[in-house]
Structures are given as structure tokens and as C-alpha cells.
Ligand binder design. Structure first.
Ligand code: ADP
Ligand code: MG
Length: 331
């Protein structure tokens, strides 16, 4: 019921940015190639995500808002490959229990769309609507029925910047997807689909600042099944920006003690002492070398051989930082 959904909402839905993350992941799971985000009041008044993914057939629309209803089967291989995290089938009902949510979708192969509205967990029957194939989720008046939680939000500017941070992280993990962010009718961000190395570098520059690539070391290293590629910011540039660090393991953003230590050690050894370096790094390794800890909200993993990974990261980064190889200066 609504209460159980609100309790679940307390665990997953802290603020607009947590909703944005869930909605973007749903769109990506649905195979979207274009995703448009619209915000009003930093997402507190309105947060909508529009995609061109597979859509939801009309008869499944209300099901999508039921707790533990998920169309996604998590196979062992999925988990091993760090495919999907988070609550299964809890996000939409949780969001719907603390907002006014509208779900509008047209499944590929159908010639009509359907729309459903939910206010504080209470749904209207689905009605026929018009839309190109894909899904739109509109979340209005977040926490209108939970004023105590609304008070914890920081204001439109702060919430907007948290939403932008979520988008930056997702955009760096999904180069082929086009993203647009519109706030109060104004386009703030436009990431065109990046299909080749130049496009990808352009997206990295758009995310980390236009001066980043010229002030970064490029890394492209492979050893014993591990591959690391990406960019390591130089201290000259780092000082000009806040610290932003992106580390992806098999395409997923990960914070991990082994990785953190290897990075700090590699930086501290040479010229980056006491700085919070900027970096965008992608680690790929065989899925069987990493275990997923399926904690609902956190992106946690356990590496089968932490020491081997630590050595690979440390030595690769140190070589690059010391300028002894693996460096391809970017223009
Ligand atoms: P989960 O993602 O864990 O399955 P959610 O509550 O986030 O749970 O979504 C419930 C279901 O609604 C999904 O399993 C999917 O079938 C459907 N759904 C949600 N968003 C979309 C979308 N953008 N495109 C297609 N289907 C969606
Ligand atoms: Mg989901």
C-alpha cells in the first residue's frame, strides 16, 4: 500500500537527484538513445524524463507502479557483470507515493500511447494518449504530502546542481546516448551522442571543462586482463575546478577502497601531493574477477584479487604521471 511505498521512498528517494538517477537508469535499461530531462525549481516542482526506449505496453502501465513489479530479470550473469543495482521494482511506486506522478508511454510496435496519473500513491485508470514510442515520467510537487521531507531540500539552485552531477556521471558512462537538460524552459546541457574517440573526448571536455583535456594525461593501458583508459588531470587545472572524480568499473560508477588507495598512492608519490585530482577513468576487467554487493543504493563491489588490481592501477598511473610511457598528450 501507500505507506509501505512511502517507507521505501524514505530509503531511496532523498531528493530530486535520487529520482533523476532512478528515472535515467530506467530509460537506459529500456534501450533509450535520446533522453530529455526537464526541471522546474531544481526538480522540486517538476522533474520529467522523456526517452525513446522500448516503452511500456498499456496493459503493463499500472503494473509498473506496483511494488516489486519489475520487467527485469536479474540473472546471475547480470549480477556478475554488475548489470543492475538498486531495489528491484521499487523506484516508481516509491516516487509515486511522495509526488504527483504521470506515466505516459507508447511501446514500440503499438500505435497508441497510454497515460496514467498517480497522486500520493493513488492512481487513475489508464487512458489513451498520443506520443512517439518511448516513455515520459513526470514527477511534480515532490514531497507535497510529506512536508517534513520537503523541508530538507536545499533550494532550487542546490538541487539543480545535484541533478547536474547525476547527469554528468551518467553521461560519462553512456557515450552513445544523447542527453539534454532543460531547466525552466532553457537548455542548460546538451550532450550529443558520442560514437568515436573524438566525440567521447568532446563529451569529457564538456563535462569537466573545456580546458581539461589540454591539462590532462591520457591513459590507455592493458595488462593481464585489466584495461585502464581515461584522463588524469594535471594540478594546474585541478586547482581551477572543484574536485570531481569519476571511476567506472565495467561501465558502472564505483567507489572502492582498493581503487581509492591505489590512486592516492600513485598521485602522492610524484607531484600531486595534498591535492584532490580530477580524473575520469574507465577500468575494464573480466566479470568473474569482481563480485557485486547488491546493497540497494550503493555501488559497491568486491574484487577477487584486490592486490593484483591495486598493483595494476598503481603502476599504470605512476608510469603515466612520471611520464615514462602510456602518455598520449591530447590536443
Ligand atoms: P526496476 O527498474 O527495478 O524494474 P522501477 O520501479 O524502476 O523498477 O520500474 C518498474 C518497471 O517499470 C520496470 O521494470 C519497467 O518494466 C518499467 N519502466 C520504468 N521506466 C521505464 C522506461 N523509461 N521505459 C520502459 N519501461 C520502464
Ligand atoms: Mg528502476
Amino acid at each position: 500500500g501507500t505507506l509501505a511505498n512511502q517507507i521505501a521512498a524514505g530509503e531511496v528517494i532523498e531528493r530530486p537527484a535520487s529520482i533523476l538517477k532512478e528515472l535515467l537508469e530506467n530509460s537506459l535499461d529500456a534501450g533509450a538513445t535520446r533522453i530529455r530531462i526537464q526541471l522546474e525549481g531544481g526538480g522540486m516542482d517538476l522533474l520529467s524524463v522523456e526517452d525513446d526506449g522500448i516503452g511500456i505496453p498499456p496493459e503493463d502501465l499500472s503494473l509498473a507502479l506496483e511494488r516489486h513489479a519489475t520487467s527485469k530479470v536479474a540473472t546471475w550473469e547480470d549480477l556478475q557483470a554488475i548489470h543492475t543495482m538498486g531495489f528491484r521494482g521499487e523506484a516508481l511506486p516509491a516516487i509515486a507515493s511522495v509526488s504527483r506522478l504521470e506515466l505516459l508511454s507508447r511501446a514500440r510496435g503499438q500505435n497508441q500511447a497510454a497515460r496514467l496519473q498517480v497522486t500520493g500513491g493513488v492512481a487513475t485508470p489508464a487512458e489513451v494518449a498520443a506520443r512517439a514510442p518511448g516513455t515520459t515520467v513526470r514527477v511534480a510537487d515532490l514531497f507535497f504530502n510529506v512536508p517534513a521531507r520537503r523541508k530538507f531540500l536545499r533550494g532550487p539552485g542546490a538541487e539543480l546542481s545535484r541533478n547536474q552531477k547525476v547527469l554528468r556521471q551518467i553521461a560519462l558512462a553512456h557515450f552513445p546516448v544523447t542527453f539534454q537538460l532543460v531547466q525552466n524552459g532553457r537548455t542548460l546541457t546538451q550532450f550529443p551522442a558520442a560514437t568515436d574517440a573524438d566525440d567521447r573526448a568532446a563529451r569529457v571536455a564538456a563535462v569537466l571543462g573545456e580546458g581539461f583535456l589540454a591539462n590532462a594525461l591520457h591513459i590507455e593501458q592493458e595488462d593481464r586482463g585489466y584495461a585502464l583508459h581515461g584522463w588524469l588531470g594535471l594540478p594546474t587545472y585541478n586547482r581551477a575546478r572543484g574536485d570531481e572524480q569519476y571511476f567506472f568499473v565495467n561501465g558502472r560508477p564505483i567507489r572502492d577502497a582498493v581503487i581509492g588507495h591505489a590512486l592516492r598512492a600513485a598521485y602522492a608519490d610524484v607531484l600531486f601531493q595534498d591535492r584532490h585530482p580530477l580524473y575520469v577513468l574507465y577500468l575494464t576487467l573480466p566479470p568473474e574477477r569482481v563480485d557485486v554487493n547488491v546493497h540497494p543504493a550503493k555501488a559497491e563491489v568486491r574484487f577477487r584479487d584486490g592486490r593484483e588490481l591495486h598493483d595494476f592501477l598503481f603502476h599504470t598511473l605512476r608510469r603515466v604521471i612520471a611520464g615514462q610511457g602510456g602518455v598520449h598528450p591530447q590536443v
